[in-house]
Write a protein that binds this ligand. Structure first.
Ligand code: PMP
Length: 365
């Protein structure tokens, strides 16, 4: 939420997205003089004792928040979540092996396409035939017996589709793109081989991708890799083989403290259920708005909706903006509207959107 001269702005952007107000204010207070150094955190060496302490503490906080077991490494890398679309197969997919991909939306499809450059991949399931509005039932997935890993995206940011449970893939390493609902609900990390979380939704500003990787999966690439794309090298060097994105890392460290102070992932989940529940209820109660996603898999974070008359889209967006409701335009591939309501979005922001939607419907519906 941003206080402007005479209005409150709620930012529904899918990412980069709004950050908790308290975190932004703390960063503002510390901007010129961090940790009594007399310098900004972005001006000091990543190898200084102050920054090393920040790096260590942020990892400890994240381990605490997610309950990350000791046999997992936590990496703070650059290149966004997209870098992992190639880094995962480069590191895990060896000659003669096949990796299974579950396609449930644009992001898993992109990862699937990228992986094809590095080895053999199998589309084990896809809901593209129904426009990615559902998740294929688990018993229809065609997984290989020896698959190098099974890849899926647990929250499709564009389609607004969320896995409500971790799929059971037996002993195969499960690779999950958690980016757009990371830290919004508790998960059992021990069920995963690799978890990928780009930062610019629930973690901080853009610039970081957090990779949580089970240790036995590190260090087995079949070819020589560029050092920056080798999990083993990044892990050995504490994510500081080269200069990390220090300011984004610092912001993430503040967000982790904020999540802990709010009551951890249980509190994040409670709030997410309340926020998304109220918005879905408003959409479902009206004939004017609709959401196409299978109700079992509706996302708590990204809520696409269309108006009964698409000719009103422009008016809706312009009036919403005038009312302080920003960035509601749906993704160019889907059209309509999308409200992204991550951890930092207060219930008041969603209530304000619902009030606006009701009023708009009254006037134009
Ligand atoms: N995966 C998901 C689920 C995403 O939402 C995004 C970005 N919106 C990405 C991957 C790609 O992230 P980046 O642009 O940081 O590479």
């Amino acid at each position: 939420m941003e206080q402007m001269v005479n209005k409150t702005v709620y930012n529904f952007a899918p990412g980069p997205a709004m950050l908790p107000r308290a975190v932004m204010e703390q960063a503002q207070r510390e901007f010129l003089d961090w940790n009594a150094t007399g310098m900004s955190v972005m001006e000091i060496s990543h190898r200084s004792k102050e920054f090393s302490a920040l790096a260590e503490e942020s990892e400890a906080d994240l381990r605490d928040i997610l309950g990350i077991p000791g046999n997992y490494q936590v990496l703070f890398l650059q290149g966004g979540a997209t870098s992992q679309f190639s880094m995962v197969p480069m590191n895990l997919l060896r000659e003669g092996q096949v990796a299974d991909y579950i396609l449930t939306g644009n992001w898993s499809k992109k990862a699937f396409k990228e992986a094809q450059h590095f080895g053999k991949v199998n589309m084990a399931a896809s809901s593209e035939d129904v426009n990615f509005t559902t998740i294929p039932d688990r018993d229809t997935w065609k997984l290989g017996d020896q698959s190098a890993y099974v890849y899926y995206c647990s929250n499709e940011t564009i389609g607004g589709l969320e896995f409500q449970n971790t799929p059971d893939v037996g002993e195969r390493p499960l690779v999950c793109d958690l980016t757009s609902h990371a830290l919004s609900r508790p998960i059992d990390v021990s069920r995963y081989g690799i978890i990928i979380a780009g930062s610019q939704k629930n973690i901080g500003p853009a610039g970081l991708v957090i990779v949580i990787i089970r240790e036995d999966l590190i260090g087995k690439p079949s070819n020589h890799l560029p050092s920056l794309y080798d999990y083993a090298i990044m892990a050995e060097n504490g994510s500081m083989f080269n200069t990390p994105a220090t300011f984004s890392w610092y912001m993430a460290s503040l967000v982790f403290k904020w999540i802990k102070a709010q009551g951890g992932l249980a509190a994040m989940e409670r709030n997410a259920i309340a926020r998304s529940g109220s918005l879905y209820q408003a959409i479902d109660a009206s004939d004017f708005y609709s959401n196409p996603v299978d109700r079992r898999y509706r996302s708590r974070m990204n809520i696409p909706f269309t108006l009964a008359d698409a000719a009103l889209d422009g008016k809706f967006l312009a009036e919403a903006k005038a009312a302080g409701l920003e960035a509601l335009k749906g993704h160019r591939s889907v059209g309509g509207m999308r409200a992204s309501i991550y951890n930092a979005m207060p219930q008041a922001g969603v209530d304000s959107l619902i009030d606006f939607m009701r009023d708009f419907e009254k006037r134009y519906g």
